[in-house]
Design a protein around this ligand. Structure first.
Ligand code: NAP
Ligand code: FE
Length: 367
């Protein structure tokens, strides 16, 4: 077994205010990196700025991070941080703002870095220290060394590096109360995808499986309630948030596998929200593993204590109706990206490009 996760995690009601000393000790000046409005709407930004002001730490705010953040926005944020003399970076928001904060911390320390050197991880100076405050119960980016960015050609890539781990992450489930129901669902189903893709990953071990199984057990009831259209209460929000951290810990050890990578295509070309894009391929993952490694598939459901049909029903209820239609030519043109692809290879059983083609044809081909 192996597991490395150096982030100091503070999770629970009042996480930011109760741990103000961590902000106070992080440096003399900072930049807040956020999306358009979620940091303010969730109440997280007010808590953070309150702590910074009480501790006399000047800050500036970059609120231009878009969903599926572009590398160019991260570079712009990083250069502003550099000019402001920021000593640390605070990301506030969903996975997009948190991932962007990680990349901005790289550019803040290396303001002249270009796209090529960024992706090749030729960073002369270490990124600024990163603090993260999550507002979605989804990506688990709080505890991963991953930043998923959209490059100048519009393609999503995940970049993995130990230097992208945050110094500390703060998770207060009350920040997720302002999420509209569709975003609760699309981010919550991402947690299920992380846990399942980690469990069915070539490098899964007892540690990652423990996180993955516990994550799904925690998320099952609140996600089902949300999929039924119920307003979630405080405890349900807390369970979903904790599950998102467990999902992050699971993929921290293993990475994701083919559903996330094929899902990027749906996000890039059809603007499908990240969690929905990944979860579209979970039934196919469960089918493939059942066919190729039935004992392992059976072990998964046994450890979960949730039957296959019930899990499939949850996925079905949580996903919106599929309105994407692709031509056979489009599917064939996209296929090369999944040949010799690391994420696809990480799946615990072999997945060929022909099998991905069949999955796409079944789900999306126009009649
Ligand atoms: P997101 O893109 O961060 O946010 C989705 C939408 O929800 C945005 O419009 C955002 O608004 C809004 N929002 C966020 N928190 C809110 C709140 N508390 N109240 C109201 N609205 C809120 O969604 P996400 O699913 O958390 O992140 C997805 C990104 O993370 C993708 O790029 C994905 O590839 C990446 N990801 C990263 C990892 C990792 O390990 N690093 C893992 C999986 C996925 P604003 O625009 O105003 O912020
Ligand atoms: Fe994800």
């Amino acid at each position: 077994m192996k597991h490395y996760m150096p982030v100091r995690v503070f999770c629970g009601d009042g996480a930011v205010e109760k741990n103000a000393a961590v902000f106070a000790g992080a440096g003399e000046r900072c930049i807040l990196i956020t999306g358009k409005s979620s940091a303010v709407r969730s109440g997280a930004q007010a808590d953070v700025t309150g702590v910074l002001e009480r501790n006399g730490i000047p800050y500036c705010v970059f609120d231009g991070i878009e969903p599926n953040p572009t590398l160019s926005s991260c570079a712009a944020a990083g250069r502003i941080a550099h000019d402001f003399g920021a000593a640390f970076v605070v990301g506030i928001g969903g996975g997009s703002a948190l991932d962007a904060a990680k990349a901005a911390a790289v550019f803040a320390a290396n303001p002249d870095l270009d796209e090529e050197r960024f992706y090749q991880k030729r960073w002369e100076k270490a990124p600024l220290p990163i603090l993260l405050v999550g507002t979605t119960a989804g990506t688990g980016s709080e505890v991963t060394k991953v930043s998923v960015l959209t490059d100048s050609r519009g393609k999503k890539h995940s970049i993995h590096d130990d230097r992208l781990f945050a110094a500390a992450a703060f998770g207060d489930p009350k920040y997720t109360a302002s999420l509209p129901l569709p975003v609760t669902l699309s981010t919550g189903i991402d947690v299920l995808a992380h846990c399942a893709e980690s469990y069915f990953n070539r490098s899964a071990d007892e540690i990652s499986r423990a996180f993955a199984v516990r994550g799904i057990r925690l998320l099952y009831a609140p996600l089902l309630a949300a999929a039924d259209g119920s307003e979630l209460g405080t405890e349900q929000r807390a369970a979903l948030y904790e599950a998102s951290i467990l999902g992050g810990l699971a993929i921290c050890g293993t990475g994701t596998c083919f559903p996330h990578n094929v899902g990027y295509y749906l996000t890039e070309n059809y603007r499908v929200p990240h969690g929905i894009a990944s979860a579209r391929f979970l039934p196919a993952l469960l089918d493939l593993v059942r066919e190729k490694d039935p004992a392992y598939a059976e072990r998964f459901f046994r450890e979960l204590g949730i039957e296959r049909e019930r899990l499939l029903r949850l996925i079905d209820l949580a996903l919106p109706a599929n309105d994407i239609a692709m031509s056979e030519e489009e599917i064939d043109a996209a296929l090369p990206r999944w040949e010799n692809n690391n994420s696809v290879r990480n799946t615990c059983c072999e997945v060929t490009a022909a099998e991905i083609r069949a999955i796409l044809v079944k789900q999306f081909q126009k009649n």
